[in-house]
Design a protein. Structure first.
Length: 284
């Protein structure tokens, strides 16, 4: 078994299947595991999903997923493995082992890898296994500089264009982060953090900005998780989120834009400290 063999993790629960026992499972067990992943991605907990399987006897009661949808699901699983470090930068993703682990064919797996390649999370080359991208600190810094400008513009435009309902939603996301600040679930905290930023961008009503921000955020997914999950500087980050919410409520375009830019500049400092502490900056 390759050293980077990984487990199948649920999206909204602690469902973890050991890869060894999973690969020894029969086709029905594999279908049920994918069924659990499907339901959990839709917001249904693993306990409820397991109950549904028990009631129906198998997962065939649900309509079959399209190939594209399955590829999206596989991409989501791989993204989360990259976030948690189960798949580390530079690790190969062996198609045979990965497809067997998920109980899927190589075709949707390859489609998912193409999705991740387009996002800059996977590097592919002829005659070798795809590998998890390992961007240098210089590359990440350049991306974050652009992203800070995009988010500063988003803060300005959101103050001008956001509805009260959208601002209320952004405030709710900030409150969720405050309420769960002591939670050990760093992935859930990070996803709420990204939802907060994405909601601000969406509130601008500027579709080119939304699209461009999403493209850069995909490439920065792992780096922003590293920054968001750090306890050091968390209080400052939450204070800035609070100031952003107040700026939106007061329609303070200049102030909100400045805080958004500073927030991303702090992320650059945080990621630089992480790279230096782990000796990764030396690769630059």
């Amino acid at each position: 078994m390759p050293t980077n063999s990984w487990c199948v993790a649920g999206f909204r629960s602690n469902m973890v299947c050991q890869i060894k026992s999973y690969r020894q499972g029969n086709s029905r067990q594999k279908r049920n595991t994918l069924f659990l992943l499907t339901l959990e991605q839709k917001g249904i907990g693993s306990d409820m999903a397991s109950s549904m399987i028990a009631e129906t006897g198998n997962s065939s009661a649900l309509p079959a997923l399209s190939r594209q949808r399955l590829a999206d699901q596989i991409a989501d699983v791989l993204r989360e493995q990259m976030l948690t470090g189960t798949l580390k930068p530079g690790d190969p993703i062996h198609e045979r082992d990965t497809s067997e682990a998920l109980g899927v064919s190589r075709t949707p797996l390859r489609e998912s890898l193409l999705i991740l390649e387009a996002e800059g999370l996977v590097e592919m080359a002829p005659a070798r296994s795809p590998i998890v991208a390992a961007p240098t600190l210089a590359e990440l810094t350049q991306l974050l500089v652009v992203q800070s400008t995009l988010e500063a513009l988003a803060g300005e435009l959101a103050c001008e264009n956001a509805t009260e309902e959208q601002i209320g939603h952004i405030a709710d996301l900030h409150q969720i982060m405050l309420d769960s600040d002591s939670s050990p679930d760093t992935v859930a905290h990070f996803k709420t953090d990204m939802a907060f930023h994405e909601a601000i961008v969406a509130a601008t009503g500027n579709q080119p900005l939304v699209k461009t921000h999403k493209q850069y955020n995909s490439r920065l997914w792992r780096a922003r998780y590293m920054s968001s999950s750090r306890r050091v500087g968390r209080a400052c980050s939450m204070a800035q989120h609070g100031a952003i919410v107040e700026g939106l409520k007061n329609r303070d375009s200049a102030g909100t834009s400045a805080i958004m830019r500073q927030h991303l500049e702090n992320a650059i400092k945080s990621i630089t400290q992480i790279y230096q502490a782990e000796g990764l900056a030396e690769r630059d």
